[in-house]
Design a protein around this ligand. Structure first.
Ligand code: AKG
Ligand code: FE2
Length: 273
């Protein structure tokens, strides 16, 4: 189904694809593999997404850029104090059939090995989270997915249905690091003063995107028209055993499972979530 030679890691084409993705990631925290899913599979990709989209958890949430609880002790101009409406909805992994293309790709060793090489880590593991490891992000007309950072270091997404208009992916490469929140620059972007920091991507269905979402602020702008924008989001970690917190899981999916009952899950740094 993929146009890229996932199963031939010794081939020049595999190495070229990895080299290009790595260079893009290093240069601006984001790599796009255009037409990752072959044209002949794109109808199926779209219709499988459409079939599960009604299973999304819809709950317009008021969030901040870190997805943390409101903290009145922070100064007024701290970016965590700005409330935004999160209008997207997620379909959890356990509601996506095993037979769906995206569900077959997610655990595929050749896919994970290819992505690990692109990202520059020895191995990428599936999340141990039965809901968050793979989901479909549904952004309906009039809705947006506001500025945020991801919990995961690297986000992998595949657009399965493009909207008629709007729904653009905007991001600010490496605006924070594991050592520094850089709240002044983050506040500028939230208030529309991001200027050249803000890059914009127009993706087409079947394009695969690799993205340093924990350090690069990003959003999906408002979708216009009646066609919802659908993306499959593949989450991996360099370490096995990662599970979302119960609070975050409830926010995203409206429910938790026994796996979410543990203490704060594995994170690589001390940044705000
Ligand atoms: O749907 C997208 O393109 C981005 C989604 C996203 O940023 C997220 O799910 O954290
Ligand atoms: Fe994100």
């Amino acid at each position: 189904m993929a146009r890229y030679p996932l199963h031939r890691p010794d081939s020049p084409a595999w190495r070229d694809a990895v080299r290009t993705a790595r260079a893009q990631l290093d240069a601006d925290g984001c790599a796009v593999l255009p037409g990752f899913v072959r044209a002949s599979w794109r109808d199926r990709l779209r219709t499988e997404g459409e079939a599960v989209a009604p299973r999304a958890h819809h709950e317009t949430a008021v969030v901040n850029v870190y997805n943390t609880d409101p903290d009145p002790s922070l100064p007024d101009d701290h970016p965590a104090r700005l409330a935004m409406e999160r209008g997207n909805a997620f379909v959890a992994r356990d509601r996506i059939p095993d037979s769906a293309l995206v569900h077959r790709l997610y655990p595929l060793p050749a896919f994970r090995a290819f992505l690990a090489a692109c990202v520059g880590v020895p191995e990428l593991h599936e999340l141990a989270d039965p809901l968050a490891g793979l989901c479909l992000n549904v952004v309906a007309g009039g809705r947006s997915h506001p500025w945020h950072f991801d919990t995961n270091e690297i986000a992998i997404s595949l657009l399965t249905r493009a909207p008629e208009a709007g729904g653009e992916f905007e991001y600010c490469p490496d605006i924070r690091s594991a050592e520094a929140e850089n709240t002044a620059a983050v506040a500028d972007v939230l208030h529309g003063r991001g200027g050249d920091r803000v890059r914009r991507l127009v993706l087409r269905a079947g394009d695969l995107q690799l993205f340093r979402g924990r350090y690069s602020l990003h959003r999906v702008t408002e979708v216009r028209g009646s066609t919802a924008r659908h993306t499959a989001i593949f989450s991996y970690s360099a370490r096995p055993g990662v599970v979302g917190s119960a609070v975050r899981t409830r926010q995203l999916f409206g429910r938790t499972l026994p796996e979410h009952g543990g203490s704060r899950s594995v994170r690589v740094d001390g940044l705000m979530d």
